[in-house]
Design a protein around this ligand. Structure first.
Ligand SMILES: [Zn+2]
Length: 391
């Protein structure tokens, strides 16, 4: 089976699926690979029809069951920074002398996809008493886009909702039970332009931006004291806010009439993803808006809420978690420091766990690699999990 697995992984790596490219060749390959196994295969296209999710149901339409979920896209590979070829699987050693495989996506997350495919191909699918569902998505790396259309599509099928989902992001098979939500917002300050010699005739948008940032810093300090989920979110068990970019100003002698500040914030499970947006907007509206309008009625401060990825949280003690912990031997209830598609999946009342081969430390880097041990280990883990959850 290991030889077969390496063959499949080789193919998956050889088809580049950087998020700005089509993933249809990869979807074709996967569809061909599972063709004839008796699964009900669905393709869920994006609007431009150049990318697709693959959703495939095996087994009867019963309560319970398991989703095995992974994204097909990868981050780009800057070839000049790689020693190895990013789109040709190669083997070698890491700095600890372990056997490893190199290639863009080996950790994040094509090895998991290959493992799932090989397990499914070799599994006696007639044993399934509960559904086994593959959900392979597009555009995860650029904001978890594909999973949203996949879930919407699955909701409209005349099928029972699967109860559990394993998201095979690289965790070295540690079992992650949570992550924060991540939202993006922008504050636009509209000032009034003027010559810098006549300071009272303009409204300096950047200076007002400074006041906005000061409010945000105060909010961060408030949140720092509101500690929750301390055992799971070790290090930062509170909501965090990051002022990510600031733009404004054209010249040293012109009073700037525009300033925009982009903010990303991460919220603990239990808080709505628009919660901090509302807080920041409230603070600005109540503390700054009247004053800027007094300087000039045409001045303004506007808050916009952009992307929101929901948090993920799985209650302690589920059968699914117990099974996965027994199989992997991993007993700590940990949180991911990043967001995943699990945020969207668990919003649909599907019990999620994140666990997969490879290390997140190697993902998104030049010469991305995965240990041979993790490549082989996954087959057994997925096999056992499917047996326990679906037969
Ligand atoms: Zn990933």
């Amino acid at each position: 089976m290991n030889k077969k697995l390496i063959d499949v992984l080789e193919q998956l790596i050889a088809i580049p699926t950087v998020s700005d490219m089509s993933n249809l060749e990869l979807i074709d390959f996967i569809e061909n690979f599972i063709d004839g196994l008796g699964g009900e295969i669905h393709r869920v296209y994006n609007e431009q029809k150049d990318k697709a999710n693959l959703v495939c149901y095996f087994g009867p339409d019963e309560e319970g069951g398991l989703i095995l979920s992974g994204h097909t896209d990868t981050v780009p590979a800057e070839k000049d920074k790689w020693i190895h070829s990013p789109f040709k699987l190669s083997s070698g050693k890491d700095d600890r002398g372990r056997n490893v495989y190199f290639g863009r996506g080996v950790a994040d997350m094509k090895t998991f996809l290959a493992q799932v495919l090989v397990v499914v191909k070799n599994f006696d699918l007639s044993r399934l008493k509960k559904p086994l569902v593959l959900v392979f998505t597009y555009d995860e790396e650029v904001g978890c886009i594909g999973i949203r259309t996949a879930l919407e599509y699955m909701k409209n099928l005349d099928r029972k909702r699967p109860a559990h989902a394993l998201i095979g992001e690289p965790t070295n098979f540690e079992v992650l039970v949570a992550h924060k939500g991540h939202s993006q917002m922008k504050v636009r300050i509209k000032g009034v332009k003027g010559h810098s010699s006549r300071v009272d005739e303009g409204v300096n948008a950047i200076a007002w931006g400074g006041r906005v940032m000061s409010l945000i810093n105060n909010l961060q300090e408030k949140h720092r004291k509101n500690i929750r989920h301390e055992d799971t979110f070790t290090g930062y068990p509170f909501n965090t806010i990051n002022i990510g970019t600031i733009n404004g100003g054209k010249s040293i002698n012109i009073i700037p009439d525009e300033c925009s500040i982009e903010i990303g914030y991460r919220t603990l499970p239990g808080d709505d993803t628009d919660f901090i947006f509302k807080e920041i907007k409230n603070e600005i509206d109540s503390k700054l808006l009247d004053d800027i309008k007094k300087e000039n009625p045409s001045a303004d401060i506007v808050c916009e809420l952009h992307e929101q990825v929901p948090p993920m949280f799985t209650e302690d003690g589920s059968e699914f978690e117990k099974n996965l912990r027994e199989i992997t031997g991993e007993n700590k209830r940990l949180a991911a420091h990043y967001t995943t598609e699990a945020g969207f999946i668990c919003q649909n009342k599907i019990n999620c766990l994140i666990s997969g081969p490879g290390s997140i430390m190697n993902a998104h880097k030049a010469d991305e690699y995965i240990s041979e041990d993790d490549v082989i280990k996954g087959i057994d883990i997925i096999n056992k999990l499917v047996s326990r959850m679906c037969t």
